[in-house]
Design a protein around this ligand. Structure first.
Ligand SMILES: [Zn+2]
Length: 298
């Protein structure tokens, strides 16, 4: 079986509506609980040999008989596959739309997969790491290298000056510009590169307080956002963590049917004991470390 990264009760007001990322029961006083996530309850992280699962009858998703064979596909149902799907839902991607995705990490790459699956007419992926952009291209997206800061112009050029119909934020507040963090960069670039009345879906993580951020505003969870341009363009933004339960059953079935192969982005498999090493490489954006799957001893 497969567990969502967030923990939900199944019977609160939000869970009943399918908004299981914002459960009102699992972490009282807050909306939303998760394994090993700051501010999301007293639950230890899920990258472990054993996991204690609250509300297990609601949270567990049964996997089909090919679960062992497709383990590296189904494991991604826990978090980043539903998260990638969520960004396309939040942005409102529909058939024929042009879509720009900021961030070619695992979530952005799979958002590109979903945008294509939903029949987007054009999918553009913005990043500055060549290995990630190569993968984006292999997944049928137009790679846009932003290492010179020219991504917005390129998106406008590719959309006849209008901007994309939909934009997906798959970076979060630690977005960077030449190795230093500029937390408002991606959001403001999205406002510029999405057209008037377009939708923007934000799944990259922004937190209420980030005392370690080099940016003074972001220390308090704030962002210098181009609200005037956003308002003038009549755009809309939707945000937040994925309601995994709302999607994982359907996404499981797409994997089983062979329509989705999220393991295509897995670059490394490591035993659980080597997890710190995997995190170091991923954190340093070392070439080729796209996605690590941790394996417990059989
Ligand atoms: Zn609930």
């Amino acid at each position: 079986m497969c567990l969502p990264f967030n923990i939900s009760c199944g019977f609160c007001k939000n869970c009943e509506k399918g908004l299981t990322g914002f459960c009102l029961t699992a972490n009282p006083g807050t909306a939303g609980a998760a394994y090993g996530f700051a501010g999301m309850g007293p639950y230890s992280g899920g990258q472990a040999e054993y996991l204690r699962v609250p509300f297990a009858d609601f949270n567990c998703l049964l996997l089909p008989p090919d679960a062992e064979e497709k383990e590296n596909d189904y494991v991604i149902l826990s978090d980043i596959l539903p998260t990638s799907y969520h960004t396309t839902v939040l942005a409102g991607v529909e058939p024929g739309d042009s879509v720009v995705i900021y961030g070619a990490g695992p979530v952005g790459l799979m958002a590109a997969m979903f945008a294509n699956l939903k029949g987007a007419s054009k999918v553009m992926v913005v990043d500055s790491h060549p290995d990630r952009l190569r993968l984006a291209e292999q997944l049928g997206a137009i790679p846009i290298d932003d290492s010179d800061g020219g991504a917005v112009d390129r998106v406008l050029e590719l959309t006849g000056g209008e901007g994309a119909d939909r934009g997906c934020e798959c970076v979060g507040d630690q977005c960077g510009c030449k190795d230093h963090e500029v937390p408002n960069l991606t959001m403001n670039n999205l406002v510029k590169s999405v057209g008037a009345t377009g939708g923007i879906g934000v799944v990259g993580v922004f937190v209420a307080e980030d005392p370690g951020s080099p940016d003074d505003l972001m220390k308090e969870g704030k962002l210098a956002f181009d609200f005037g341009s956003f308002w003038m363009k009549g755009q809309r933004i939707a945000t937040g963590q994925a309601n995994v339960k709302a999607y994982n059953r359907k996404l499981r079935d797409l994997i089983q049917a062979g329509h989705l192969e999220p393991s295509r982005i897995v670059s490394h498999e490591l035993p659980l004991g080597k997890a710190p090493e995997g995190y170091e490489h991923f954190d340093a954006r070392d070439d080729g470390w796209t996605k690590v799957v941790l394996k417990t001893a059989a």
